[in-house]
Design a protein around this ligand. Sequence first.
Ligand code: FAD
Length: 408
Amino acid sequence: MWYTKWRQVTHRIAAWARQKGRVVSTPKTAEVVIVGGGVMGASAAYHLARKGCRSVVLLERDSFFGSETTAKCAGGVRYHFGTEINIRLSLLSLPMLDRFEEELGQPIDLRKCGYLFVLTREADVEEFRKQMILQRGLGVRTELLEAEEVRRRLPRMDFPDTLAGLWGPDDGIADPNGVVQGYMAAARRLGAVCLTDVEVIGVEIAGGRVTGVRTKGGNISCRAVLNAAGPWAAEIGRMAGLEIPVAPTRRQLFISTPVPEIPPDFPFVFDFAQSLYFHREGPGVLSGMSNPGQGPGFYQNIDEDWELTHLETAAARMPSLENAGIANHWAGLYEITPDAHPILGAVERLAGFFCLTGFSGHGFMHGPGAGFLLAEEILDGRAKTVDISSLNLNRFERGRLLREYSVV
Ligand SMILES: Cc1cc2nc3c(=O)[nH]c(=O)nc-3n(C[C@H](O)[C@H](O)[C@H](O)COP(=O)(O)OP(=O)(O)OC[C@H]3O[C@@H](n4cnc5c(N)ncnc54)[C@H](O)[C@@H]3O)c2cc1C
């Protein structure tokens, strides 16, 4: 009874907000509060609202949605992973990106340029061969290329040490901002209240379950809190007395000035052993390289020493970069877990608290599917489309860690 009344009240608030086009204060109640307005929060808000949850409130502390990790990402989307659960997340998510513009009316510049993992170590070739068998068994199109074929496909790159390559023709690149804005607009059309400039500062708990959140703009009572705070997920967890092992870790990239030699159909190229990648970005090239020595912390300034190492390594692989300059560069934060897999689903020790975080560098591509699965988990009691129980927070307590080889 109280629940029906509460739904009616929050629904009226959302309807009023829609009418006004904006919300002047935070609602007092909600069914579900989502903390974080990156790709995870946006996808979850849309899928919850689409599934009939009429009282979804998303809170983002920045002045813009999707301006943190999601905005810093390289935009890569791929089926290539080394564990069945990650491949299944791609199998759910990437077709959602294929349908995105048609379903939500928002272009996302999806370009199916393919991913080419270039392998230079015997051990990687063996591992990728096993991964290819796993991927094909799940229905992914993927192909192991011989060294000569890799070099033939990349005439403007220098890979004398290539042993083989793994080609994913259905992989590509999409625009993270388009995805966030598309989901936010659609969620609002369906009645969700999505707010910027609202910071969550506490989680209210009574009788062993979540009862609300405290924000700088007032308190909101709710039945469920969804932690979609990306690299800040551990902080939100601490507010609820939970330890959520997500370590913010700096990753940086640059976009070059125009490189006319690079063809329009240039794929997303990964030099796997060096954790170095390239793709076309407008008339230039975007390149990133993970620093294995980078420790955890909220550093988002450019590490200039590492940038120099990155530039030298990138130019050795793509000599045309010698004649180009840096048009733009930035650093962002991977949200890394101990086994490089996300933390998804209900938290056993605290009823009403849910996690949607820890994607360890591949969250943009899994955001659509993961948000959909969390909507199922919250509203139906369990994610049914894909079994996400292996990704539960409890795996760390129970010592059931997974292992992903294809981490970048
Ligand atoms: C350099 C780089 C390259 C990458 N490349 C790729 C790629 O090619 N493909 C791919 O799939 N992934 C890639 N990623 C990873 C991907 O960007 C992330 O996994 C994904 O964006 C995570 O989304 P999110 O919504 O969890 O986090 P975020 O986008 O960071 O969103 C979390 C939000 O929570 C908000 N927040 C935090 N605390 C609070 C609070 N207390 N109250 C309210 N709001 C709060 C933050 O302001 C933030 O906006 C890359 C990441 C980086 C850094």
